[in-house]
Design a protein around this ligand. Structure first.
Ligand code: MLT
Length: 236
């Protein structure tokens, strides 16, 4: 169980990886697929995003993402899941560039499988993880190398569901902390997520509607998965 900067990419090799960025990259990715997006290309920075954008047919691609929570000038969409409407994203490929989420996704390129998890699709993720034989690593994107409460809380929710509410002996410290966090706050995730550092940061930029949206649990069974550098809906 790792946070963004405390692991080497090699450690994810041959593992099943779950990327968690509740506010907001994971929730936005899941929403884009709910509304018919074809594929999402995660990129590490603005340079990489514009290089790809220059070499594709702009009718089929949208340039999307944020820097420090704000929409990037010249981009088609920011990182609010509420922007990713069916009439905008259906059938489109999205070039997606975010401060922490897409960087965490890119770090997992050498994994056996990488899934994108949010509260919106948590049960679908857990059902899929129950089928895995590889070691499972939950990667919390956090914020610029720091822990993000909401990401740890979702990690705890996933662990709770995976082990039916009883943490196995020998669990690692990170798993114990996430499990304990969900034990304490899992009954009312919305209240505690609204009090998190990133929610406070986002409230100043865009208000609270994205946070309300991202706190919804199990509104979809979408299973976005990274494959050959591209996120698409999983075929298992
Ligand atoms: C990120 O990748 O850091 C984010 O999802 C930040 C945000 O836009 O809320």
């Amino acid at each position: 169980f790792y946070s963004l900067h405390s692991f080497q990419e090699d450690e994810l090799r041959d593992k099943t990886v779950v990327i968690i960025d509740v506010l907001r990259a994971s929730s936005t990715i899941v929403t884009a697929f709910m509304n018919g997006a074809k594929a999402i290309i995660p990129v590490g920075d603005m340079g990489e995003a514009s290089k790809i954008a220059q070499n594709v047919d702009s009718d089929n691609y949208l340039l999307c993402g944020e820097k420090d929570g704000e929409k990037i000038e010249g981009y088609d969409l920011g990182n609010s899941p509420l922007e990713y409407l069916k009439e905008i994203v259906e059938g489109k490929n999205l070039i997606f560039n975010t401060t922490n989420g897409t960087k965490a996704i890119k770090k997992s390129l050498g994994s056996s499988k990488t899934y994108i998890a949010s509260f919106l699709n948590v049960s679908a993720i857990v059902d899929e993880l129950k089928k895995q034989e590889n070691e499972i690593v939950l990667v919390c994107a956090g914020w610029k190398g720091r822990l993000a409460f909401e990401d740890m809380l979702l990690a705890g929710n996933i662990i709770h569901l995976l082990c039916n509410g009883s943490l196995p002996n020998g669990s690692r410290d990170g798993a114990k902390v996430a499990f304990g966090l969900y034990d304490k706050f899992g009954d009312d995730i919305s209240t505690v997520i609204h009090q998190s550092n990133h929610a406070t940061r986002l409230k100043d930029i865009i208000g609270t509607s994205d946070i309300d949206y991202c706190c919804q649990v199990d509104i979809t069974d979408m299973l976005p998965r990274l494959k050959e550098g591209m996120i698409t809906l999983t075929d298992g």
